[in-house]
Design a protein. Sequence first.
Length: 253
Amino acid sequence: MSPKDTRLAGRRALVTGSTGGLGVAIAKALAADGAFVVVSGRDNTRGDAVVADIRSAGGDGSFVAADLGAGGAATNQLADAAIEASGGIDILVNNAATLLMPTPTADVTEQELRDVFGVNVFAPFLLTGVLAPRMVAQGGGTIVNIGSVAGLRGAGGSAVYGANKAAIHSFTQSWADEYGPHGVRVNAVAPGPIGTDRQAEFADHIAPTLSRLPSRRVSTPEEVSAAVVFLASDAAANIHGVVLSVDGGWAAT
């Protein structure tokens, strides 16, 4: 099947954490709209499979292996490799995240805290710090951060993950102010529960809330991806610093 749209034709995107879950759907959606997509993650086999799916659907992309929990050197290597693979990055989607099952604060270990913040907060901060100035130098670009409704409203047992995503939302607003005047738009999508295998592990935890949602269901990865594509496209040309919830009405309950 050929790409259904070409809103992003000629643009080059990097999607972190795109070898599984939501990241795969985002990568495929960007490619379907015409972007060359750099798929990134730790698993070469899964990454190559995502790229193969993109190409079989008429899009194009490449895989770059990266472990975003390995610190700043790994982040810099990813930025350089992504640019080498694509010729430049016009769209950055900071999607990679480590989930921590709901855990009482007293039971979270220091190592868990460091691991989760390393991938969820340090990595997108460092990667944006490398790529946003390069976007400015090439004349512009867009950054879409993947936040969460957990960053909009605190919940018992989710202090660590909620703080991670609240940081992402704060980054979004700060970067919009910092880079927007130089041609780089920055926005975020804040999903509620999504129908992925990883999220299924949280089914019992979120079931009571789902029953109160206006939609009465989780979002699909494709629904969240559509919001990412919109914010990355010229249809959102004057949207800066927005945290767009795709949550089935979670924020309204």
